[in-house]
Structures are given as structure tokens and as C-alpha cells.
Write a protein of this length. Structure first.
Length: 85
């Protein structure tokens, strides 16, 4: 998602961690309950990965890509019409 299109209300806390690629990612989370809201990679500071479970209404979302598919459970069937990474 494009970060310029996102508005987060309320307080967040952040943490930075290294990634396997040698870059870093910053995670934004609720300081009260610890729910992860968003991750932003240093490799692309204009985009982020929004945690859909943190939204009140997901009816307008469309899946654009499945990520971390190499570590998915064998029983999980992913649709062929969505890119996998």
C-alpha cells in the first residue's frame, strides 16, 4: 500500500529489525495490546505492508499478492490467479 494514502489514528510504537536481505524493516504496533499494524522496509519507504486484520472493514480489499508462500502450510491452497512470492 502507498503510505501517503494511509491515516493511522491513535498512538503507535515502532521497532526496527534486520531482514534476510540485509536491509531493515520498521514495524508499527499498538502500544496497549501489541497488535501489529504496519511494516515498512528501508528498501521502499513509500510503501508498506498493512495488516488487514487490524482494519474494522476489509470488504473493499482485494488480494494483490501472497507472500512468504515457501513457509505456508501444505494444506493451504492458494488461488492460481494471484501472484505468489
Amino acid at each position: 500500500m502507498v503510505l501517503a494514502d494511509l491515516t493511522i489514528t491513535g498512538q503507535t510504537k515502532t521497532y526496527r529489525r534486520p531482514t534476510e536481505s540485509g536491509s531493515f524493516t520498521t514495524g508499527y504496533f499498538c502500544p496497549e495490546c501489541g497488535t501489529r499494524i504496519l511494516h515498512v522496509s528501508d528498501r521502499n519507504l513509500e510503501r508498506g505492508v498493512l495488516k488487514a486484520g487490524s482494519l474494522d472493514d476489509t470488504s473493499g480489499l482485494q488480494v494483490s499478492m501472497h507472500i512468504f508462500t515457501e513457509s505456508k502450510q501444505d494444506w493451504l491452497a492458494l488461488p492460481d490467479d494471484v501472484p505468489q512470492k
